[in-house]
Design a protein around this ligand. Structure first.
Ligand SMILES: [Zn+2]
Ligand SMILES: [Zn+2]
Length: 116
């Protein structure tokens, strides 16, 4: 009897597997036009421009200045994704690290240090 149950189970699993496999195949077939459309869209100049902009932005270094603490009077100057210089930052936890920082922030910090 246990043999029967095992073979029933095996058959049920096989049937379920076939159904899932067929469902996946159907789903892929249904999505194929969408993929093709997506490929066409990705080749449009406008879309390429957006993708290139995103890639450029990703490659840029963010400014890690902590503006609100470093120069609270000039919060708006920060070019958040255009760090061009680094500042040495000493912390007990991390030791000396180079922190990327944008040009306006560097200037604002310098001005504040000079003033204060
Ligand atoms: Zn800043
Ligand atoms: Zn900045």
């Amino acid at each position: 009897m246990s043999d029967d149950r095992d073979s029933d189970l095996a058959e049920t699993l096989a049937e379920a597997g076939r159904k899932v496999g067929q469902a996946l195949t159907d789903a892929v077939e249904r999505m194929r036009p969408a993929f093709d459309a997506l490929a066409d869209v990705a080749n449009l100049p406008e879309v390429r421009a957006v993708i290139e902009f995103a890639e450029k932005t990703m490659r840029r270094r963010p400014c890690l200045c902590f503006c609100s603490r470093a120069h609270p009077d000039d919060l708006g100057v920060c070019e958040k994704f255009d760090a061009v210089t680094t500042r040495r930052f000493s912390s007990d936890l991390l030791g000396d690290i180079e922190v990327p920082q944008c040009a306006p922030c560097a200037a604002a910090r310098a001005a504040r240090e000079f003033a204060g």
